[in-house]
Structure formats: C-alpha cells, structure tokens
Design a protein around this ligand. Sequence first.
Ligand code: PAF
Length: 294
Amino acid sequence: MLSIYKEYTDGVKSMKIIKSPKEMTDFALEAKAQNKTIALVPTMGALHEGHLSLIDKARSSADVVVVSIFVNPTQFGPNEDFDKYPRQLEEDAKACQERGADVIFAPDASDIYAPDASTYVCEESISTHLCGKSRPKHFRGVTTVVTILFNIVRPNIAVFGEKDAQQISIIERMVRDLFMDVKILRAPIVRDSNGLALSSRNKYLDTLERQGAARVHQSLLAGKRLVHDEGCTNIDRVKALVINHVTNAKTRVIYVDVVDASTSLPVQTLEKGKCRISMAVWYGQTRLIDNILI
Ligand code: PAF
C-alpha cells in the first residue's frame, strides 16, 4: 500500500508527492505492470518555465510523468550554493500539477545517500572540459544522482534542458556506455524576453542584474553573427569576440569555448550547424551558463 506524502487534485486529475524511494519504485513497477511508459524530468526544484517545458515534452512522450525534485548535495562543491539554493516545494507542486505531472518524487538526502555511501558513477572525458574545470566533482555528482534516480523511478524516457548542454552530453554518454535502458530527450533553452536563459539561479539576481545579465546571451548572438554573417571560421576570433562582448565591471568570464554540438567536446574546426558556443560567467555573485548553436 502506497503511503502518499501529499495528493493534489483539481477534481479532474490528481498528482501525488512521493518521498520514499521504495514507494516510488513500487509505483513505477505498478505502472509498468499496466504497460504504461514513464517519463522522468529530473530537477532540483525552484521550477521555472524552462522546467515546465520539459514537463510538456515528457507529457507528450509517455503515459506517466514523474518530476523529481531533489537538491543533490554531491554535485555542489564545498564553497558553492548548496545551502542557499532555492527550495519551494509547495509552489513547485502547484506548477507541476497545472502542467499535468502525475507524480513528484521529492526524497530527503538521507533516503538517497547512506551515511557511508562510497559508490559513484564517473564519466571521465566530457566531464573534464568546460564547467568540469572549475567544478571538479560536479559531474560525478550529477551522473551518480541521475543513475540513482533512474534506478528508483525506472523511466523509459528522461528529459533534460539544453541550457545544461554539457550535462546532457555526459548523461547521453553514460547511458550509452553503461547500456542503460533510458531514452534521453533534449529540450531547447527557454529564455526571458530579454534573452537571459531561464535558470533557478536567476533568483539570486535583482531586477537590474537580470537586465544586465542579458548581455550573456547577446554576446553569444554576436559570436554566432561573426560566423554566419561574416563567414568567420577562426575559433579563437569567435571566442575573443564573445569574451570582449560580455566583459564589463559586473562580469568575470569563467570560460568561453566552441564545442561539438552533440558531445560538448572541444573542436578544432568550426562547422556551421555542428558546433555550439558554450560559456560560463560570474555575474556579480551569480554563476551563469549559456550556449548557442552556430
Ligand atoms: O540539471 C539539474 O537540475 C541537475 O543537475 C539534475 C539533472 C536534476 C541532477 O541533480
């Protein structure tokens, strides 16, 4: 018998919040016994329109949509924002229900990681580039928790957003290398009207900073224009232009690179339609990432 932590209903459709991993797996196995397919949308909560677009994609791809909300401690470095990361389960639950999710899986960290947990899943190539350079154990935490979520939720499909393009490349590689039976779907970046890529961390920005941070996307557009309008194929020139465009008193560039659009690995030759400019910057105290297909 499932002990549901909370059930939301609008009289037509109900959505459950499950906290226990065992109950989540029982629910999944029951759905599969009824020949239903499951799509998982893994999130850390503080949901915005970008996450909700992933739920839409999941909704149109499977019978049952599970949204996991778990601020995963193992993907944060010691001096990062784990403690201040926004947590708003009630608000998130409302948004998920409105978008047609069936289940929120919101475990406690102590139910996911035993106190003496010592097993990790590591991808060792793509993870060393881009964000991996400044966040050395970040992707190990991501691949580990995504594997744990796959083992608990048993999804046929999992949906990830392309704002975290490197993360998707790593997960695709992990799924391929470890013969995981999950289809990974990519969903496009959702942006504010000023171009700023939606992110839960945008909550750290005040109104003025939110406007100013739009220069991150503008710099990517400038890089793309250099390639498309001026036919530039020189990677260093593209990178220099983007860095120059984004830099001001508020920004500190962490990296700008041109990478393969599908693997996120660095490229030697810039080919239109096959490459992405990826970047990370500090905007004041907030770390922002963004990318654009060129
Ligand atoms: O993209 C995120 O929000 C997280 O990295 C993920 C995939 C939910 C794993 O914690």
